[in-house]
Design a protein around this ligand. Structure first.
Ligand code: WQD
Length: 337
């Protein structure tokens, strides 16, 4: 079976993807610099699958370290998650984001090329759509970004499209995630944010575990069902399974394609809060605050291309996502440690 290098494989989406890859019979190698993750995640992956992936503590800015991985292993394809991902942080330290997410990624692509590895699944984001003129969002919608993090995703997409134009032997899938939430049904893997969570679900979970007093709802004056922001939340296990389908496709085809990975359904902040209250059996206190700068009103995916091209669609609903997120949070109140 093929050997897949998963960069950022100790992270939230990366670790769940490793589980699904191993369960699908792939050999998995993990690269991670552990800046925003912990090596103990690999032991959790072994508890779930029986296999602890081969691990390299390497930073994508370390060309020698990257070369060593490709010299020591026959790698058939790469799934590239490694990167900084906090929108707000990217605004305050843009050069760090461009250096890591762009220069680091270019190192990876160059070393892949040097070793004849030309099959890549890239972790992109729905953030490249900016504030869409309409929903559901299709892959051919206009692209724009409003923060350095989103710009690094868009620039990586453009770099990879140009790589394919220069060499049609490449097989590249640019997966645009909507809002990943939830956790492994085992309760062994889940989201472990550093510091104060920026994203909705981990923040709600910390209110439920008593670490936060109340949820700050960033605005209720949007043109949506209840005035709060609407997003396409997708179970992280569905997202991981989508990566398995993507690798299966990429190993058989050449070309470069952008694909939405979402559910096609939008839920508001208050609807998610209600769903989480059902999951945890507690009221989630909240306060309506001013809008968060840069937020958009509504964002959800047209998922037809993923279904047609990959034969994949999300299976879990918002109740599953909240139940699994609560199961993980209640078992790991301080995250994976
Ligand atoms: C969701 C909704 C907030 C927190 C970001 C990135 C995107 C991707 C996912 C990496 C919005 C509201 C949130 C809170 C709130 N990340 N909210 N109180 O902004 O849609 O997307 O994370 O790829 O690239 O842009 O996700 O979870 O931050 O916000 O009211 O404490 O919840 O206003 O409507 P977002 P989010």
């Amino acid at each position: 079976m093929a050997t897949i290098l998963v960069t950022g494989g100790c992270g939230y989406i990366g670790s769940h993807t490793c589980v699904e890859l191993i369960n699908s019979g792939y050999d998995v190698i993990v690269l991670d610099n552990l800046y925003n993750s912990k090596e103990v995640v690999l032991d959790r992956i072994k508890m779930i699958t029986g296999i602890r992936p081969k691990f390299y503590k390497v930073d994508i800015l370390d060309r020698e370290g990257l070369n060593r991985i490709f010299d020591e292993n026959k790698i058939d394809a790469v799934i590239h998650f490694a990167g900084y991902k906090a929108v707000g942080e990217s605004v305050s330290i843009p050069l760090t984001y461009y250096k890591n997410n762009i220069s680091g990624s270019i190192n990876l692509y160059e070393i892949m090329k040097d070793h004849g590895v030309k099959t890549l699944v890239f972790s992109s984001s729905a953030t490249v759509y900016g504030d869409p003129a309409s929903v559901p969002i299709k892959e051919d919608f206009p692209l724009s970004t409003t923060n350095p993090y989103g710009t690094t995703k868009l620039q990586n997409e453009q770099i990879l499209k140009d790589v394919y134009v220069s060499d049609n032997k490449w097989s590249i899938l640019l997966l645009r995630y909507f809002n990943p939430i939830g956790a492994s049904k085992s309760g062994l893997l889940g989201e472990t944010p550093n510091g104060i969570p920026n994203n909705l679900l981990p923040y709600i979970a910390q209110v439920a575990t008593g670490q936060r007093d109340f949820l700050r709802v960033w605005g209720n004056d949007y043109d949506t069902v209840d005035g709060t922001g609407v997003r396409d939340y997708i179970h992280v296990v569905d997202l991981a399974k989508g990566h398995c389908k993507a690798i299966e496709y990429a190993l058989k085809h050449e070309g470069v394609e952008c694909i939405n990975l979402g559910t096609g359904h939008g839920y508001s902040v208050l609807q998610v809060k209600d769903a989480f209250e059902k999951a945890c059996g507690k009221k989630i206190a909240y306060k309506i605050m001013d809008r968060r700068p840069g937020d958009i009103a509504t964002c959800y995916a047209d998922t037809s291309k993923a279904k047609e091209m990959l034969g994949w669609q999300a299976e879990y609903n918002i109740e599953d996502m909240c139940n699994d997120a609560w199961n993980f949070a209640s078992k790991n109140p301080n995250g994976i440690e």
